[in-house]
Design a protein around this ligand. Structure first.
Ligand code: GDP
Length: 433
């Protein structure tokens, strides 16, 4: 059986923590899209870790961690990440990399940087991890699959062909140094040697695992609003962030995905540019940013301060709908304990009209938030393990959000640790997982 853990919003919803918690009862955890451009932060018995490429199940010795074919694989970054775990006492995880996964090439990182530089003030706020140039090449059919590293003559010929083309852009568009094909080839040989022990036919492996009744977790990166089709295009990422893509990016039949756990944060945060209707500013935002997450809302990969906002029912309902949500995991609820009153965005006003269905980007840019205010609970809720034991105003906040988004909140996270979790029976006819 396959479960997906995905984000409803702009990313950073706490998917890493939820995956890490659910991984205890899973056999296989798979990353199926994205690259080392975002990170999951996980706090467990070994300490606090920011994972960028490895799935969040790597801390359990009973799990297999898979990098699926849909991922943008930065091989040196993966090797560094493995080292950063083992150096701190985490047992060497069992890792498999699909032979169809494509490789982030050194020039993808450069092109990302040069393009942001060229765009100046109109840039996308890229993390410069090479993700957009990588996926552009993948769909232009000039990318490199891991399996190609093992065919020396073919690789050499393809590198020569592609560097010729890239060098025209480097010289004439970006005015930057050309790529040296020989040097690049040497780098790829190093990539080949370091990745070789992990490479396998992942879809075949999964086919067998499912026949044996194994539990598979798909771990999404970012969230619905960053999906290139259904998100706030063009301020999106370059690979699909939806659970449906999990089937493609891992190589599984879509009908095997039985549970879709969509992670929603109890307030909003976003990185990068683009419309963010419930955004707050100034001291109000600074305080939420400082208190948010586990040690503040700053990017796990870049350290950039995140943009902050109140919970957005319009965006989250849409985010859950597009994921095909069976369960909502509602996270970082503990953070809101300092507020006297908590505003929630329940609708958008666009050109004098009030809407509750998330609009297309061109309209979104004109949307103003309609806020309702709920009373806060003004106390610490970490350590509570039962929904009924939460303060009344806190339960009301959860119930209000659940009613507005229309999907059952069956998991509540009230702290960064594995044990900070509350399972709840939802009135939307859903019992705990
Ligand atoms: P992801 O990319 O969706 O995995 O999210 P991030 O890891 O970037 O951001 C979530 C942050 O919130 C991390 O620092 C987590 O340790 C932290 N976190 C997750 N769940 C909770 C929670 O319930 N309460 C608090 N206080 N922090 C949490």
């Amino acid at each position: 059986m396959v479960k997906a853990v995905v984000g409803a919003n702009w990313g950073d919803e706490g998917k890493g923590k939820i995956t890490d918690t659910l991984a205890e009862k899973a056999d296989i955890i798979i990353r199926f899209q994205g690259g080392a451009n975002a990170g999951h932060t996980i706090v467990n018995d070994y300490g606090k870790f920011a994972l960028h490429t490895l799935p969040s199940g790597v801390f359990y010795s009973h799990t297999t961690s898979i990098i699926g074919n849909g991922v943008a694989l930065n091989i040196p970054a993966l090797m560094e990440e493995i080292k950063s775990l083992t150096i701190r006492g985490v047992p060497m995880p069992k890792i498999l990399v699909s032979d169809r996964t494509q490789i982030v090439m050194p020039y993808h990182l450069l092109f990302d940087e040069y393009e942001e530089e060229r765009l100046g003030g109109k840039s996308f706020g890229s993390t410069k991890s090479g993700i957009a140039p990588f996926y552009s090449d993948k769909y232009a059919k000039i990318g490199f699959q891991v399996s190609e590293l093992f065919e020396e003559e073919r690789l050499k010929e393809k590198i020569e062909r592609i560097t010729q083309m890239k060098n025209v852009l480097l010289e004439h568009l970006y005015h930057k140094p050309a790529i040296d094909a020989k040097e690049l080839l040497e780098t790829l040989y190093q990539y080949r040697d370091s990745i070789a022990p992990y490479v396998c036919d992942v879809s075949l492996f999964l086919n067998q695992a499912l026949k044996e009744g194994k539990t598979v977790l798909l771990e999404g990166q970012l969230g619905t609003l960053k999906d290139p089709d259904h998100g706030i295009y063009p301020m999106v990422t370059s690979s699909s962030t939806l659970a449906a893509y999990g089937a493609i990016g891992a190589g599984l039949p879509p009908y095997e995905i039985k549970e879709i756990i969509t992670v929603c944060k109890a307030y909003s945060s976003a990185v990068g540019a683009g419309a963010f209707v419930s955004e707050i500013f100034g001291e109000e935002a600074d305080e939420l940013r400082r208190r948010g997450g586990d040690g503040g809302e700053y990017g796990a990969t870049t350290g950039r301060p995140r943009r902050m906002g109140w919970f957005d029912c319009v965006a989250s309902r849409y985010g859950c709908r597009l994921q095909g949500t069976t369960d909502v995991a509602f996270t970082v609820l503990d953070v809101l304990g300092y507020l006297e009153e908590i505003p929630i965005c329940v609708g958008y006003e666009i050109d004098g009209e009030i809407i509750t269905d998330f609009p297309v980007t061109v309209k979104l840019e004109r949307a103003k938030p309609i806020l309702e205010t709920l009373p806060g609970w003004k106390c610490e809720i970490r350590g509570i393990r039962n929904f009924e034991e939460l303060p009344e105003n806190c339960r009301r906040y959860v119930e209000f959000v659940e009613e507005k988004i229309g999907y059952p909140i069956t998991i509540i996270s009230n702290g960064p640790g594995r044990e900070d979790i509350i399972y709840r029976n939802s009135p939307l006819n859903k019992v705990v997982l």
